[in-house]
Design a binder for this molecule. Sequence first.
Ligand SMILES: Cc1ncc(COP(=O)(O)O)c(C=O)c1O
Length: 343
Amino acid sequence: MEKKDIDWSNLGFGYQKTDKRYVSDYKNGAWDEGRLTDDDTITMSECAGVLQYAQTIFEGLKAYTTEDGRIVTFRPDLNASRLKDSAKRIEMPVFPEDRFIDAVEKVVAANAAYVPPYGSGATLYIRPFMFGISPVIGVKPAKDYQFRVFSTPVGPYFKGGAKPITIKISDFDRAAPHGTGNIKAGLNYAMSLHAIVTAHEEGYDENMYLDPGTRTKVEETGGANFLFVTKDGKVVTPKSDSILPSITRRSLVHVAKEYLHLEVEEREVFLDELDNMAECGLCGTAAVISPVGKVVDHGRDICFASGMEEMGEITKKLYDTLTGIQMGRIEAPEGWIHEIKVD
Ligand SMILES: Cc1ncc(COP(=O)(O)O)c(C=O)c1O
């Protein structure tokens, strides 16, 4: 299979249409058999549930080429299961988990020419999503739904090296106590747009959201979970019912314990503990870990010992080990690497 003529290392994180996408419709209480299509457009009622009451959920994962030339995805079963949890929470039908994996496999195989080569740093980003497509005017769930998966090649996250970023404590909340912060629903991201635009205007790279109930504990950013390293070398990551259960964070916890033999604490992390932390990183599919050098709390700088030039030492070990596992350079735990067969 011949690759597309794309300047892989200069790709940004933007949408580019690829050849095929997967579609399955839910009508009369059942999912149809699904299909690949060339059509990247959707026609729906002006009164569709997604347009009126934001009934939409999504996932994000990557396909990439390993050192030995296989095309793989990373733990797609966890994306399938998280989409199921999201669907249940906002009264949508569950798309069966085995069919989710099958749809991802079909989309990647059909767009294999867009999967960037090993070493380019680029990946094929995969976006499964589901939305209410039938009309609803009274506030209630839609009757009919569509599940789709598209893919788009994206560039390396760290172009000029992984420079630590500066983030601010947000005055906005991204989730409510007992709300929807722990699912991947479009509504959570609409909520965060004003906060991120404001943070950027003020010169910050990201927001740190606090727990919406007491505003004393660290939650997450708009698109990543936090991971800290204490001054005595323990890995600490916030536990909360209102953050998204990041697949990268869960994988890093395993890597920290089983590969690097570090002590790990998954627990509530109070804002006033940050002065005791030596390193801080944001973890998510996009960057794996992106280092944070400084948190600004209403004019007070909280600077991590790792500084503003490089990733902290333990953060770097975690990053190198997980990316090594993903790229096939380090042996992966059973079931983490899902190979895609391309004819
Ligand atoms: C709010 C939020 N938190 C955390 C993450 C990181 O999750 P994952 O590691 O599964 O990509 C994401 C990205 O999916 C996110 O949108």
